[in-house]
Design a protein around this ligand. Sequence first.
Ligand SMILES: [Zn+2]
Length: 96
Amino acid sequence: MGNKMPERTCIGCSTKRPKKELIRLAKVDGNIVIETTAAHLGRGAYLCSSNACFEMAAKRRMFQKTLSIGLDEVGVEFLAKEFRAKIRLVGSETNA
Ligand SMILES: [Zn+2]
């Protein structure tokens, strides 16, 4: 084991997890991009691959706060769709 994994905090449930277990949201050209690997540098937020965490983050306006981005309800809905597609792709739910 040895090396410590870099950890990030989920903006939904505030749990710390190894970075690679989390979905990364990056701010790219004023839009939010969802990625499973850190393809984009710069400002990012992290979420567990769980709908519950997404909804918690949405309710607390964490996307807007952490990424300092303007996002209305339609934007959040669009993001939710993308997020669900992404976690289906990743497969395993991290929630027990
Ligand atoms: Zn979470």
